[in-house]
Design a binder for this molecule. Structure first.
Ligand code: EPZ
Length: 453
């Protein structure tokens, strides 16, 4: 049995479920996409900033939400079921410091704990953040975050297993320019500036839809935030914020993943809750590859319109560009396009490693360390895996696969569903970190699989 997908043997030991997938069947049916993993988790952290309880709606039932819930609870926040299905009531009135052991035990493999810094410094004057987890798609530094927190007046000390911060005199407004429009660093500044004394100016900010939705949450709490053209955001600090009542925007990553599954398996999937505006760039590429879609107020139906699929050249970018999280499922579909496609990954330095497993399933993908534009780099880095050249169509055949990360893992499942023959996909627990009711949705779409471990 050949294990493909990663050379990291620790991943070969199943962290979660093992699926046996019998491929070659089109996926047809409906999936309901709930709130965005990468907004809901941040909005939960924002509840710490309020003096009264908050209600968050359309919260996805995923592990990343559970990690944030338990981190909030170890800090004394009461988290309970809200007044409708899929909602949470977050009451920060009992917020208090937490011990390192408790924090570390609950931080899990998420990157969200770094966003607790600002709210905890405002609340308690100090914070300890354990070393971060998250998908291994690059070295995922947090230098922009720490630099920003120092600009707000916090002292930041790196300790062996985390970061200790303090701000006994409180935090003041800052002038910050990000070297790169980092989503996390932008959220760090927003969650810190809203209660800092004075005005904060943030330049070269990320403006992803999830960022704008977080700004909406903070404005509901009483924050004063404005944004200007060319990525400039102004935040006027206020003394007090109250709770919010907010329905998270839909998860456009999950929606795009199911769309690519329809393309790759020649199926038809109605993604309830998907909205056109936040997926404009994805929809253009989807159409160019040979997909078609129907948009209604309730959601978007995705299907393959052209056979064979067509090749495209895509470069990932910050919003409003083609999102880096969308490239893995797209690459699986591009293995079925007639001709040569190129996907240029410009956001992360190691997000094309998952293609090795696709080649062992029969794909023809070459990854080049240089991007298409030679030496130019958005964020200066060392080793880069920058451009995947995909030549198709190549029939995929079943294989034994170990899931490497969230989006790559989902891409493997699409490949197994599109392949002829049977695949064993292990370490599927990682996928269920970010895709709610994953097995139920596969079943609803007619996928032929068993949970075997
Ligand atoms: C968020 O990660 C998302 N995660 C990612 O989704 C998403 O791919 C990414 O934004 C880009 O859209 C969450 O929201 C939890 P970044 P984040 O800071 O905030 C470099 C998924 O599958 N950088 O925008 O960590 C960094 O190394 C995940 O849901 C620094 O150099 O991404 C990367 O190359 C995967 N220093 C680039 O910036 C810093 O201090 C973009 O990272 C911070 C980032």
């Amino acid at each position: 049995m050949t294990l493909v997908g990663t050379n990291d043997k620790t991943l070969a030991s199943p962290l979660g479920d093992v699926l046996e997938i019998r491929g070659g069947r089109p996926l047809r049916g409906q999936v309901d996409v709930k709130g965005a993993k990468n907004l809901a988790t941040k909005a939960m952290v924002a509840s710490l900033l309020g003096s009264t309880p908050s209600t968050l709606r359309d919260v996805p039932e995923i592990r990343d939400v559970e990690v944030v819930r338990s981190l909030l609870e170890v800090h004394g926040v009461t988290v309970s079921e809200g007044d409708e299905a899929g909602s949470l009531l977050l009451d920060p009135s009992g917020a208090e410091s937490a011990g390192f052991e408790e924090i570390d035990a609950h931080a899990g493999s998420s990157r969200i704990p770094i966003l607790f810094c600002g709210p905890l410094l405002h609340l308690l004057g100090q914070a300890f953040i354990p070393d971060l987890g998250g998908c291994r798609i690059g070295d995922r530094p947090i230098d922009f975050h720490l630099e920003a927190l120092r600009n707000f007046g916090a002292t930041v000390d790196k300790e062996p297993n985390g970061i200790r911060l303090s701000a006994p005199e409180g935090l003041h407004g800052a002038n910050i320019e990000l070297p790169y429009p980092s989503v996390g660093a932008t959220e760090q500044v927003l969650l810190t500036a809203v209660r800092a004394k004075g005005v904060t100016e943030l330049r070269n900010a990320a403006i992803e839809p999830e960022i704008m939705d977080l700004i909406g949450v903070l404005q509901k709490m009483g924050a004063i935030i404005s944004y200007e053209p060319n990525r400039v955001i102004f935040i006027e600090g206020v003394d007090q914020l109250h709770g919010y009542d907010h329905r998270s925007l839909f998860d456009r990553n999950e929606a795009a993943s199911w769309a690519c599954a329809a393309l790759a398996t020649d199926g038809e999937i109605f993604v309830k809750g998907a909205r056109q505006y936040e997926m404009l760039t994805f929809l253009n590429v989807f159409r160019k590859v040979g997909g078609s879609f129907d948009i209604t107020d309730e959601g978007i139906t995705f299907r393959r319109a052209a056979t064979p699929l067509k090749p495209v050249m895509v470069e990932t970018d910050v919003h409003p560009g083609f999102m880096t999280d969308w490239q893995q499922p797209l690459i699986v579909a591009l293995t079925q396009s007639t001709g040569t496609s190129i996907v240029h990954e410009t956001v992360y330095e190691n997000r094309l490693g998952f293609t090795e497993a696709l080649n062992k399933m029969g794909a023809d993908i070459v990854v080049h360390a240089q991007g298409l534009d030679g030496e130019y780099r958005r964020v200066a880095r060392r080793e880069l895996e920058q451009a995947a050249v995909i030549t198709g169509p190549t029939p995929l055949r079943g294989a034994d696969i170990v899931v490497p990360d969230l989006r790559g893992g989902y891409a493997y499942v699409i490949a197994a569903l599109a392949a002829e023959g049977t695949s064993r996909v292990s370490n599927v627990g990682i996928i269920r970190r970010g895709y709610e009711k994953f097995f139920d949705k596969l079943t609803a779409l007619g996928a032929d699989f068993d949970i075997v471990g």
